[in-house]
Design a protein around this ligand. Structure first.
Ligand code: SF4
Ligand code: SF4
Length: 172
């Protein structure tokens, strides 16, 4: 190898070093855009689209808004959602008399629906949002749970009624 070629290689190597140091230096002084997980976590996950969850009823936060219509279960392209509903009859006194309706003092039957089981397989979910957009009761939203981890895929099959606890189950 000629001396000229050697000098050229040295200059090219030095130039590469300068360019690399410039990139490193620029990133070093910029605002940090990542966190050192798991030592640090992102402060604001509000816009994060995590696994779905059920929304509380505005009348009774111990219950979900869900009316067990099954729309989400049937529309989900990956069959992530399983809903089991329980129908139970409520009785109430009728209001003003109208054709085909009960009169005041008469007992009329009203069938209410609520889910007794609502499972969601996050391992199959593509977060497409069909369930969220099509729920007629606006009962599903994306959570911002961004730090899920587990050793078993069953850890990602969620009982979405769990957060409503025993109070809701006892009311069925
Ligand atoms: S976000 Fe999409 S894939 Fe996930 S549960 Fe809803 S409909 Fe199914
Ligand atoms: S979450 Fe919404 S779409 Fe799904 S069963 Fe309940 S009311 Fe129907």
């Amino acid at each position: 190898m000629s001396a000229l070629r050697q000098i050229w290689d040295d200059v090219a190597g030095l130039w590469s070093l300068v360019v690399g140091l410039k990139v490193t230096g620029t990133c070093f002084v910029r605002d940090q855009v990542t966190v050192h997980y798991p030592r640090n976590e992102v402060d604001n996950l509000e816009s994060f689209r995590g696994p779905i969850e059920l929304v509380e009823s505005p009348d009774d936060p111990a219950k979900p808004r869900c009316i067990a219509c099954m729309t989400c279960a049937s529309i989900c392209p990956h069959e992530c959602i399983t809903v089991v509903r329980k129908k139970h009859a409520k009785t109430e006194e009728g209001a003003d008399k109208k054709e085909g309706e009960s009169v005041k003092g008469e007992v009329k039957k009203k069938v209410s629906k609520e889910p007794v089981r609502f499972t969601y397989d996050y391992t199959r979910c593509c977060l497409c949002g069909f369930c969220v957009e099509n729920c007629p009761a606006h009962s599903i939203r994306f959570s911002n749970r961004g730090y899920l981890a587990g050793f078993d895929k069953n850890a990602f099959i969620f009982d979405l009624l769990e957060k409503f606890g025993d109070k809701r189950r006892g009311s069925g």
